[in-house]
Design a protein around this ligand. Structure first.
Ligand SMILES: Cc1ncc(COP(=O)(O)O)c(C=O)c1O
Length: 184
């Protein structure tokens, strides 16, 4: 996948990820991690072992909700003035380790974990495109992605231009439309 322009993301989750990532970058464990090999990063990045129990494996936090210290704490969290867990659909400590780990492996600023590949493609492309934007896609995609691009995205105002993946001259070499946001 390739992104032609800067993503125009302004949503709450992205702001939270950036804020959290900044705090995370100041974490000494994270700084040490960046100098490790890929296999070590894949196993340990994003996790600080439990200081109380010393448990090595990432705990699975099954909670949906979190206890706020007081109303001011809750207000600050919801106003994004302070980083912290608000609600599991938005953030969860287990998912957070996964997201930080993927970001560390990919050298990204942050990551967002979702439950399926199709959800990931949908979220990513809805985030970087707006109504009327174009996606240029090869015509030999995974079936689910092809259906998403052929049927669903046009209903959401995204124009998908399929090109023949087996015929490179048909692929517009750098000659994209002003509104082309993504090559897939
Ligand atoms: C290339 C590719 N894209 C997307 C998907 C969709 O992933 P999921 O089944 O997790 O939605 C798959 C699944 O095999 C895939 O191979």
């Amino acid at each position: 996948m390739g992104i032609l322009n800067q993503p125009a993301i302004g949503d709450e989750k992205f702001a939270l990820i950036c804020q959290h990532q900044q705090e995370n970058n100041n974490n000494p464990e994270k700084i040490t991690m960046s100098s490790k090999n890929l296999s070590t990063i894949a196993l340990h990045a994003g996790q600080v072992p439990d200081p109380t129990t010393g448990a090595r494996a990432v705990p699975i936090y099954q909670t949906t909700s979190y206890v706020f210290k007081n109303t001011e704490h809750a207000a600050n969290l919801f106003a994004l003035k302070e980083f912290g867990n608000i609600y599991t659909r938005l953030m969860n400590p287990t998912t957070d380790v996964f997201e930080q780990r993927v970001a560390a492996i990919e050298g990204g600023t942050g990551a967002l974990g979702v439950a399926s590949g199709m959800a990931a493609i949908t979220y990513a492309l809805l985030a970087i495109t707006r109504l009327g934007d174009e996606i240029v896609a090869g015509n030999n995609l995974y079936g689910g992605t092809y259906q998403l691009f052929h049927y669903t995205f046009p209903k959401l105002g995204r124009i998908v231009r399929f090109v023949n993946s087996r015929d490179p001259p048909s692929i517009p070499q750098g000659n994209y439309a002003q509104n082309t946001r993504h090559l897939h």
